[in-house]
Write a protein that binds this ligand. Structure first.
Ligand code: NAD
Length: 478
């Protein structure tokens, strides 16, 4: 069984409680024993980032960009190793891991290149002897807190623009997936990033996370994770002595609407890929299907035909879906399945544990789910899909919007009027038309509405850089 103890010992330097990093496809496979950081060690990490800020922020932006470009090249060379570790640590299939690794090295290159064109603007002045211009400057030390489900690409899509802009960083990945970020830090170091610019800390959110967020040396917090924790961080940041910029990307309860004008084979494919790809553990996963009553029966038949071919097993094998990430999430998924059975929703597919050494669950579908049920309203974050019938487009849009979240939403249709109506009336940060709700391109801005995000700043694309820069206006007279 492959061990990553060497990687852990080199980059994760805590001295606190021991944590076992376990392969979710095989509970007996310990990837590494990790020592979590104490609060004092977190403070040390922040102090290192503070001490390094002057040097890094004065490093010319093209030089900073070159380091990121080099890191991207090195990650590409090691792509297979990154992907294998991702599958062993998080559980997703090797194909999905490779997709995430590819996006991650492209993100490093994208922000590496953008560092060469960080720019302000020049403006006309009412005074002929004055020139007005703006310059963009880094914020200082930024705190980056990330979840386990995209254990590499989310850290990269925060870290790369933060570094390109000239900030130093403290990064805290989810405790379930620290090795992925250790490997990222290793690649950045090999690419020439000076020590202390990025400081990895690993530990429980409630201890380590709170310590980072509350520290007055932190100029900005970028957090991706659950809505519950996001709201807590929002409050903590508001109580600080210092004004701290904050970016929050949170949970989702995404719906895919199948219109009466839809290609139903495509709709079934998108429903299964969006619902069960990545084991349903994606903030953009489809967790609600809203089906127009005119096509309900035909669609259901195609959905069941498609899901029967969906293969579950260890991500290292030729399968469509790997295990659930850990015991806690596994129990949560099972509780929701029991709840669905008890509350009167009809289980039409799956619902069972798949015996084996890992946390394997069948893809699960409930129909007859009504908008007052928890299955409809709450984020499960597992392979559990609920189906609700809508009498027409109007009712479908109302149902799509009838939750507190607004991350992504999708429509399958060929009727252009229905599509445009959906796009303009649905409250979500990303809308997909005849595409799965999952899957984002790195050059496009991304961020949720309602309880899915703070809507203040976008991630990815050129927009992401703005979160990590402040603008100074200069009036230069002569
Ligand atoms: P989580 O909220 O439990 O944890 C996210 C991170 O916050 C982890 O690093 C965790 O240790 C840390 N944390 C926990 N408590 C903290 C505290 N009090 N102070 C500071 N940090 C704290 O989420 P998770 O289980 O790791 O990830 C799943 C969640 O993330 C889902 O809700 C999913 O929808 C969401 N997510 C959102 C996006 C997005 O872009 N909107 C992307 C991926 C995942």
């Amino acid at each position: 069984m492959k061990s990553y103890q060497g990687l852990a010992d080199k980059w994760i330097k805590g001295s606190g409680e021991e944590y076992l990093d376990i392969n979710p496809a095989d509970k007996d496979h310990v990837l590494a024993k990790i020592r979590l950081y104490t609060k004092d060690e977190v403070k040390e990490a922040i102090n290192k980032a503070v001490a390094k800020f002057d040097e890094w922020s004065r490093t010319p932006a093209p030089k900073r960009g070159s380091i990121l470009l080099k890191a991207g090249e090195l990650m590409e060379q090691e792509a297979q190793e990154f992907a294998l570790l991702m599958t062993l640590e998080e559980g997703k299939t090797l194909k999905d891991s490779m997709f995430e690794v590819t996006r991650s090295y492209n993100l490093l290159k994208f922000y590496g290149a953008l560092a060469f064109k960080i720019s302000g603007k020049t403006l006309p002045s009412a005074d002929p002897n004055t020139r007005i211009f703006t310059v963009k400057e880094p914020l200082g030390v930024v705190a980056l807190i990330t979840p386990w489900n995209f254990p590499l690409s989310i850290p990269v899509w925060k870290l790369a623009p933060a570094l390109a802009a000239g900030n130093t960083a403290v990064i805290k990945p989810a405790t379930k997936t620290p090795l992925m970020v250790a490997k990222l830090v290793e690649v950045l170091s090999k690419a020439g990033l000076p020590e202390g610019v990025v400081n990895l800390v690993v530990g429980k959110g409630s201890e380590v996370g709170d310590t980072i967020v509350s520290d007055d040396n932190i100029a900005a917090v970028s957090f991706t994770g659950s809505t519950e924790v996001g709201k807590r961080i929002y409050k903590l940041v508001g109580n600080k002595n210092r004004m701290t910029r904050i970016q929050l990307e949170l949970g989702g309860k995404n719906a895919l609407y199948v219109d009466k004008s839809a290609d139903l084979t495509l709709a079934a494919e998108l429903a299964v890929r969006g619902g069960f790809g990545l084991t349903g553990q994606s903030c953009t996963a489809t967790s609600r299907l809203i089906i127009n009553k005119d096509v309900y029966t035909q669609f259901k038949q195609r959905l069941l035909e498609r899901v029967k071919k969906w293969r579950v097993g260890p991500g290292t094998e030729d399968v469509d879906m790997g295990p659930v990430v850990d015991e806690g999430q596994f129990k949560k998924d099972l509780e929701y399945i029991e709840y669905g059975k008890n509350v009167g929703a009809k289980l039409i597919y799956g619902g069972n544990i798949i015996p084996g050494k890992g946390y394997f669950l069948e893809p699960t579908i409930f129909e007859g789910v009504t908008s007052d049920m928890r299955l409809f309203k709450e984020e499960i974050f597992g392979p559990v899909l609920s189906v609700t019938e809508a009498k027409d487009l109007d009712e479908a849009i109302r149902l799509v919007n009838a939750v507190d979240y607004g991350h992504t939403a999708g429509i399958v249709a060929s009727d252009i009027k229905a599509i445009n109506e959906f796009v303009s009336r649905v409250e979500a940060g990303v809308i997909k038309v005849n595409k799965p709700t999952v899957g984002l391109e790195l050059q496009a801005p991304f961020g949720g509405f309602k309880n899915s995000g703070a809507t203040t700043w976008k991630e990815m694309g050129e927009d992401a850089l703005e979160f990590y820069l402040k603008e100074k206006t200069v009036y230069e007279g002569w």
